[in-house]
Design a protein around this ligand. Sequence first.
Ligand SMILES: N=CN[C@@H](CCC(=O)O)C(=O)O
Ligand SMILES: [Zn+2]
Length: 420
Amino acid sequence: MSELLLIKNASQLVTTKGYSDQPAKREKMSDLTVIENGSVLMKDGTIQAVGLLEDIEKEHAELVAQAEVIDATGKLVTPGLIDPHTHLVHAGTRENEYAMRLKGKTYMEIMNAGGGIHATTRATREASFDQLYEESKKRLDTFFEYGITTVEAKSGYGLSLEHEMKQLEVAKKLAEDHEMDIVSTFMGAHAIPMDEKENPEPFVNRVIEEMIPEVAKKKLATFNDVFCERGVFTPEQSRRILQAGKEHGLIPKIHADEIEPYGGAELAAEVGAISADHLLKASDEGIRQMAEKDVIGVLLPGTAFFLMAEYANARKMIDQGVAVALSTDANPGSSPSLSLQFIMNLGCLKMGMTPEEVLVATTINAAHAIGKAEQIGSLEVGKQADVAIFNVSNYLKLSYNYGMNHIDQVIKKGKVVVEN
Ligand SMILES: N=CN[C@@H](CCC(=O)O)C(=O)O
Ligand SMILES: [Zn+2]
């Protein structure tokens, strides 16, 4: 028996159409299809039809008659949201550092003194596989509750072969066990271990010669990321690490120009990264090169919010032709939140994006940022049936009633996984 689900009569069904090959750029980031009284029919986890119920009934009368029905009257239906940048697998929290920052210490001062990423690395190294699994699983459940149906997950709190592998193995097991889709990124180059700060080259060589080959051999990641920032990895070290990843089939990503302009956006363009993320301080030239080389800008306004920093210039990036995606950057130091809806609010209120653009940035463009746009990111026939139903009547209200969780139900591969 096939599994049939029909969501009918949504006040608005909102999706992009036709951007599965290329991300939406410039004015195309506002190109939403809005169907009033929209319905979507799903069969065996795949979208079968999208449109008005009467039209779907004409074409698929038998399937409609057999389908389980969700009445979405008065509600908003969108593709399941996609979070393309998270530090999902980690142990511990850092509210003590938050309190220190509120008294004036900076994020980098705390990190250079052995806190920050190093604090989470200590906690993650000490944690067992099972503990990491359980903590991360809870986060996945919460992501679902916020309407997120696919996440990218980075390693980077191990900083040694053994512990980086442990993080990636946890993500792999979760991808097998949990209904959430998880795309993994290796980020051994997240920080230089404290005891090697004076002489980082041996660590860079271990990332290149030991960790990358092992991750690739065990097929534990799709992407390879590096924190390119003054005091962390230089552009030269980052280039070597990203090139080495490419030689092993890992697609480059980069934490770029977060704290100061450091050539990260330019490096992303040079190495052909799929995305450059953060970009709070990206140079005009870096933005120009990203647009030219089709590097997606994954913006993380939760980090600017939480670190009380200047926001990335989303408006300039979009106007200059960079395809923009948005993400939580969920992590215990710079963005301890799992709400992509709040990130959408920030996109509108703090980065000059429109409600249309933030929806595109958290659906189809986010799918492109993790190489999954052929399967997910829009409600189109043949795509995976990942759907979010919000308890609001139109998409403007998603960012109007800010800081709230509007989710009513979440559908993953045609099955209800959240029901409020
Ligand atoms: N900036 C570097 N990495 C993370 C933060 C990691 C942490 O503070 O634990 C980020 O994307 O913001
Ligand atoms: Zn990050």
